[in-house]
Design a protein around this ligand. Structure first.
Ligand code: PAF
Length: 284
């Protein structure tokens, strides 16, 4: 397994592979890899001749008051995990390599997903976040020309927006959704879990518990999302600051009031100053 920092170098490697009829899998990440990422990497290794894991903390998807500077960077551990899992390359460019004129942000060409899908859920409090995500994912796809790109279902809004971007802009890549991975406690795996103190972690567990309460409510026949919301609120630790808990149709992300078809219950909440997201599919 080799670490590549330069765009032209990884571009040549993946282009040569394609010329030799080898399939390429891309696993875009911001590093600090955990078992959730490992499941994506394993799938890419199983399904492609060559797998590239990108490790890049993308500055343009963080707001001015977000955690870009302190986002955990653990490249040595990431390299170890990727080589154990059989990935072929880590692409770990510098911000300068990806955005040579980052200081002149207004000069940067951005890929902007529809406002309808960014002015909701995470996009409401993270202005410009999905423009930053779509721009970097477009660049990573153009750089590595993958046949398949792997994304986790924990970032369910990101996955929906990327799938839409790929369809609307006619990208030649298959987006492969991979199931959300949880700890045995139920907590959804996230690089940001690293920030949690033991006490914060106990509180954080109530986020997935609230979603499980919604699921069991639906299984008992409750369909009214207001009632399901109230059920979840009785479970969520009082110290947790809720950003949103919303119910959207799985197919098209339209908000729903009653669960009559597959629906995503998506939550974002702050535990201390750590913002966590989670979701569950109900009504299947
Ligand atoms: O999900 C992430 O880790 C990031 O948003 C992604 C897709 C790697 C883009 O920076």
């Amino acid at each position: 397994m080799k670490v590549i920092n330069k765009i032209e170098e990884i571009k040549k490697i993946t282009e040569d592979s394609k010329k030799n009829n080898k399939t390429v899998g891309l696993v875009p990440t911001m590093g600090c890899l955990h078992a959730g990422h490992a499941s994506l990497i394993k799938k890419s290794v199983a399904e492609n001749d060559l797998s590239v894991v990108s490790v890049f903390v993308n500055p343009i998807q963080f707001g001015p008051n977000e955690d870009y500077d302190k986002y955990p960077r653990t490249l040595d551990e990431d390299i170890k995990l990727c080589s154990e899992l059989g990935a072929d390359y880590i692409f770990a460019p510098s911000p300068q390599e990806m955005y040579p004129n980052l200081e002149k942000f207004s000069d940067l060409t951005m890929v902007a997903p529809p406002y309808k899908f960014t002015d909701m859920l995470c996009g409401k409090s993270r202005i410009g976040h999905f423009d930053g995500v779509c721009t970097v994912v477009t660049k990573l796809i153009n750089i590595t020309s993958p046949d398949r790109a792997y994304f986790g279902m924990k970032d369910i809004q990101q996955l929906f927006i990327i799938k839409k971007m790929v369809k609307d802009l006619n990208f030649s890549v298959e987006i492969v959704p991979c199931p959300l991975v949880r700890e045995e406690t139920g907590l959804a795996l996230s690089s940001r879990n690293k920030y949690l103190t033991p006490e914060a972690k106990t509180n954080a567990l109530t986020i997935s518990k609230a979603l499980f309460a919604i699921k069991s409510g639906v299984e008992r026949g409750i369909t009214d999302t207001k009632l399901l919301f109230d059920t979840a609120m009785t479970v969520l630790a009082p110290s947790i600051e809720l950003d949103y808990l919303e119910f959207v149709r799985a197919e098209d992300f339209e908000p729903v009031e009653s669960i009559t078809e597959p629906t995503i219950a998506a939550i974002a909440a702050k535990v201390g100053n750590v913002r966590l997201i989670d979701n569950i599919i109900i009504g299947e």
